[in-house]
Write a protein of this length. Structure first.
Length: 149
């Protein structure tokens, strides 16, 4: 059975987002060319194409990988793990963003060719850290099946 389980996957390495994830918003956009024909009312639209998508994820670091994180050092370590997983550089390349997975089978729903465009976090509460990430998926398709190697 598929479950909402957001994670970053790069090859064999999978890093789960800390829970609870409060917001998982997908923003689709289409690019098109508008042309105005003289003496004709209205828009003439040619060449619609779907752009990549932006995914906004917001959450709190209350637990990670099923273990409760109650101390500041534990929450900070979890935050650093997430920051490292979201990093995109020439050596690490892009990643897949897992949205749903099934523990019993190797079935996932995921976006490919993802890069991080923004990551911010709030350390002002010593009991619960919060984070927000914006991820861009160059391919807007929600893929199904095994994660790419």
């Amino acid at each position: 059975m598929l479950k909402f389980h957001p994670a970053i996957a790069r090859g064999a390495t999978v890093v789960e987002f800390p829970h609870p994830v409060l917001v998982f918003r997908v923003r689709d956009a289409w690019d098109y060319e508008k042309m105005k024909v003289p003496l004709r009312d209205g828009d003439q639209i040619v060449g619609h194409s779907r752009q990549g998508i932006d995914i906004a994820i917001e959450g709190q670091i209350g637990q990670h990988s099923g273990a409760l994180k109650l101390t500041e050092p534990d929450m900070l370590a979890t935050l650093n793990t997430l920051r490292d997983a979201l990093d995109v550089n020439p050596s690490s390349g892009t990643y897949s963003l897992v949205v749903f997975d099934d523990d019993t089978s190797n079935d996932h729903r995921f976006f490919k060719s993802c890069t991080t465009t923004k990551f911010e976090f709030d350390l002002s509460s010593q009991h619960l850290y919060s984070f927000a990430a914006v991820i861009h998926a160059a391919d807007p398709t929600l893929f199904s099946g095994s994660l790419p190697a």
